[in-house]
Design a protein around this ligand. Structure first.
Ligand SMILES: Cc1cc2nc3c(=O)[nH]c(=O)nc-3n(C[C@H](O)[C@H](O)[C@H](O)COP(=O)(O)O)c2cc1C
Length: 229
């Protein structure tokens, strides 16, 4: 599936902002590789809002910018704007693993490539965004036995969305790590628009990334058993 560069919500069409600008010499923001090489865990940072003017892009860029300093994993940005899935239209439940639509098979291939996930989610009506829930619901086995962490944002740090997401993760046989980065619209953004996270949030993100990486590695034997079955 290709990036929808003609989509008005796409990154290319957005104003030129980046709260923590990537280094001009650094790797592309959507693919930050750890420096260790070899079989490093592959972690997707899933950008879970697609609204025009979304704050989620600032947050996901901040996560990716922090991730670039790590040498113990490979990180890739998966922006749901680039995967415009319709409302779930598979005839069979995803846990049967009989995906019939091309868009589902492509999405399954994307998610299947990763060992762990960092979900960047807004809080909408005390839960995650609909577009993120839909994208999660589409597939099943591709999430199983993988680690996940949450970076949420909202008036109360998106905490209610984060807790909902952890419940969803349990049903998908994902291991949710303890640390949740919860960005407050009041104190971690200037004028509710420019991301300016408190120092402890950066520390929390570092801790959470470490936990996701560690658990992604620890669960690898389970994933091998599942693949062999
Ligand atoms: C449909 C909708 C529902 C929202 N509900 C909540 C909410 O329950 N709690 C909250 O803290 N913020 C809520 N907000 C505010 C969002 O957290 C805020 O607008 C945030 O910027 C949304 O993320 P986004 O800009 O990446 O889409 C809501 C926003 C929208 C659009």
């Amino acid at each position: 599936m290709t990036a929808t560069t003609s989509n008005p919500n796409s990154r290319a069409a957005l104003p030129d902002y980046a709260p923590v600008p990537p280094s001009a010499q650094g790797p592309a923001l959507n693919e930050v590789r750890g420096g260790g090489g070899g079989d490093l865990p592959r972690i997707a940072v899933i950008l879970g809002s697609t609204r025009p003017g979304r704050l989620g892009e600032h947050v996901a860029f901040w996560v990716m910018d922090q991730a670039r300093h790590r040498t113990d994993a490979e990180f890739e940005l998966v922006d749901l704007v680039d995967y415009p899935l319709p409302h779930l239209d598979e005839p069979l439940p995803p846990n049967m693993g009989a995906y019939q639509n091309a868009h589902t098979q492509e999405w399954a291939a994307v998610i299947g490539r990763f060992d762990g996930f960092v979900f960047v989610t807004p809080e909408y009506n005390h839960s995650i965004s609909g577009v993120l829930k839909n994208a999660i619901d589409y597939v099943y086995a591709e999430w199983n036995n993988k680690a996940m962490g949450v970076v949420s944002y909202g008036a109360a740090g998106g905490a209610r969305a984060a807790e909902h997401l952890r419940l969803i993760a349990g049903e998908l046989q994902m291991a949710d790590v303890r640390t949740n980065v919860a960005l407050s619209l009041f104190t971690d953004f200037r004028d509710f628009s420019e991301l300016a996270p408190a120092a402890y949030q950066t520390q929390a993100l570092e801790t959470m990334l470490g936990q996701v990486i560690a658990w992604s590695q620890a669960l690898a034997p389970l994933r091998q058993v599942t693949q062999a079955a």
